[in-house]
Design a protein around this ligand. Structure first.
Ligand SMILES: [Zn+2]
Length: 458
């Protein structure tokens, strides 16, 4: 089909009808742009689907724009490079720094994969090639591309560096939201407002649900830490290394300073989380004003008495001999790998110890089994009884909930012609689309992967 000069074609290559695997192709006036290139993540770190061919020719793409450094938005970049992509890659400056660490970590996780030859795609060469093509720019800096396109980033408040992408063509504005942060965050600025979009492609992970009140979460955390301390136990927190970890350290730093929890050894036992926390420290100019003021007053917000960073395996193993009470924060967040497994093996059988879940646990993971209350687990071929206290705090989500997604859209209700709800399970995406239609009288659609639509930019 021949496109008119005033039309753009948008293909939901992936990341539609599903939460992960964000990958959108926008083309028109002789140009092709990709927005995000993420891994599809199911029960395994990476689904089979990821290693099949792209539905477009990677070599034909002019620019790949990246909204943020979560692996479901960047994880297929090595494959894109392998298959011939040689264009520009553009993101914010902090995203570029985080991406390098995230891709190297994923390469390490996939290095044992012989079944799909993933280690041949996730090579040091492909990662280096991607980083060589990568340009980091500031928020609000306008990138002019010939053939009449303008691009810029707005802060989405989801993780450090996270951005919405605004594309202006023929005077019309198309906004890809990426993931939208659960503002206010203790560290990041609030999601910026969008008031003048013509089309919006928005996330819908929590399109059909609202979160637990976020003000309660700190009180709950203080309670869990103090109860574990009184029992003289070990408190384990399976961690998501990016953002959740830094928020948690920030809040524990406050608790120690306010003396709402006693001083005790607290281990950050994750090489990835330690590396990412260093990147956060180096990019504090992107934090919100409150966090910047605290830093300016001389407080190191990611350090406090008792915090110990255990990067080496030998240091991690030595935690076992440190007397209780203590806290261990380690990856992975769903207990489907990483150092937390070893700690769970050691401490889950003890009724004085505690396991605290602070994030979503997907079906099929060990974290989900623990959440569901199983009494026995198989860890590394050993049967482990679960006698420790199991606690949950759900207020730490990094995504806007249903009501806040609608509130975000309301700012641009006057101008927007159509909203596409993506990056959510079909139930959540459809629910949000209907809610926006009902509350704001905006035309909406919930596309599925592979769908193509024409955006009229007359
Ligand atoms: Zn994300």
């Amino acid at each position: 089909m021949e496109l008119k000069d005033t039309e753009l074609k948008l293909t939901f290559a992936n990341g539609a009808g599903t939460v992960t695997g964000a990958n959108f192709l926008l083309e028109g006036n002789g140009k092709k742009f990709l927005i995000d290139c993420g891994l599809v993540q199911g029960e395994k770190i990476a689904d089979e689907l990821n290693w099949t061919d792209f539905t477009y020719d990677p070599h034909s793409i002019d620019i790949l724009f990246i909204t943020h450094a979560h692996i479901d938005h960047i994880g297929r970049i090595p494959k894109l490079i392998q298959d011939g992509f040689n264009g520009r890659i553009i993101s914010t400056i902090p995203t570029r720094d985080i991406v390098q660490v995230m891709l190297e970590d994923t390469a390490h996780l996939l290095s044992h994969d012989t079944e799909h030859g993933l280690k041949d795609i996730y090579t040091a060469e492909n990662i280096k090639a991607a980083m060589d093509l990568w340009e980091g720019i500031e928020y609000h800096h306008v990138v002019n591309v010939d053939h009449g396109f303008q691009f810029s980033f707005k802060d989405s408040g989801h993780i450090l560096g996270s951005a919405m992408i605004e594309i202006v063509y023929n005077g019309k504005k198309i906004v890809f939201t990426g993931d939208l942060g659960n503002s206010p965050s203790p560290i990041l600025p609030d999601t910026e407002k969008v008031t003048d979009a013509d089309y919006m492609i928005m996330e819908s992970v929590y399109g059909d649900r609202n979160h637990e009140d976020r003000s309660e979460r700190k009180q709950k955390l203080i309670k869990v830490i103090n109860e574990n301390y009184k029992r003289n136990g070990t408190l384990m927190i399976p961690l998501f290394s990016l953002e959740r970890t830094q928020e948690l350290i920030f809040e524990i730093n406050e608790m120690v300073a306010e003396k709402s929890i006693p001083e005790m050894p607290i281990f950050l036992d994750s090489p990835l989380a330690i590396k990412l926390t260093r990147i956060y420290k180096a990019n504090s100019k992107y934090f919100n004003k409150e966090a910047r003021d605290i830093i300016a007053s001389g407080d190191d917000i990611f350090n406090f008495p008792g915090l110990k960073l255990t990067e080496e395996t030998s240091e991690s193993k030595a935690i076992l001999s440190v007397p209780n009470p203590k806290i261990i924060m380690a990856g992975s967040g769903m207990s489907n790998g990483g150092r937390i497994i070893h700690h769970e093996k050691n401490y889950l059988p003890n009724p004085n110890d505690t396991l605290l879940l602070v994030g979503y646990q997907s079906a099929g993971t060990m974290g989900r089994l623990i959440q569901e209350g199983v009494k026995k687990l198989h860890i590394q071929n050993e049967e482990i009884p679960v006698r420790a206290h199991i606690e949950m705090i759900s207020g730490y989500s990094g995504h806007k909930d249903s009501d806040h997604l609608v509130e975000f859209v309301a700012d641009t209700a006057k101008t927007v012609k159509k909203i596409f709800t993506v990056m959510g399970e079909p139930k959540a995406a459809l629910f949000l689309a209907q809610k926006i239609k009902d509350n704001l009288d905006i035309n909406t659609e919930s596309p599925m992967a592979g769908d193509t639509i024409i955006l009229d930019c007359k």
